[in-house]
Ligand binder design. Sequence first.
Ligand SMILES: C[S@@+](CC[C@H](N)C(=O)[O-])C[C@H]1O[C@@H](n2cnc3c(N)ncnc32)[C@H](O)[C@@H]1O
Length: 204
Amino acid sequence: MEEWGETYHSKHGAIQEAKHVFIQNGLSLFKEQSVAVLEIGFGTGLNALVTLLEAEKLKLTIDYTGVEAYPILPEEVEKLNYVSQLNANQSDTDFQLMHSSEWGVKTVVSKGFTLTKRQQYFNEISDKNRFDLIYFDAFGFQYQPELWSVEIFKKMFEALKPNGVLVTYACRGSVKRAMIEVGFSTEKLPGPPGKREMLRAVKK
Ligand SMILES: C[S@@+](CC[C@H](N)C(=O)[O-])C[C@H]1O[C@@H](n2cnc3c(N)ncnc32)[C@H](O)[C@@H]1O
């Protein structure tokens, strides 16, 4: 990850950011239903774990797909302390299963939560009308500008069902313009601690 100048843990307040951007402004829009989530950048599984924990409260059934080209190593998984940071020791085995589950295979992680991890590049995504919600959690524009492009957002737009929602921590003007160009309606929302604004885009 060093070549991108950013590591997962350098992010200031990763847990608060995940909760604010992806849960509060994304998942919480859904209540008592099934939600198909696509995550752009499965990474350490933090967003997946936070989603599993919140889904119970919101009475959601989650069909979660995490796309990741560069899976983290088992020794890196061992060092993660999200379960204790989240006071979620009861979900430790679920989190371990998220990481040990086979790539490309839909796995029942817990009652009401299935996970399919797909090892692929974001520009290989070709799903159509399949997801209710996208967590767009790529590394920042300054490190990987090619991922914040019309080409990628077109794929995201196509992957969503009508009225599907994409949330991201970014709020850069060029990102918003790329989203609008492919057909999204966008809104700026207050950002997580340390970031002024974030974006939510809807496929109207
Ligand atoms: C900000 S991190 C995601 C963090 C993750 N959501 C979590 O909860 O830990 C971005 C991820 O995108 C992955 N990535 C970078 N470029 C990629 C590409 N072109 N295709 C697929 N994955 C990529 C990185 O390996 C990294 O795991």
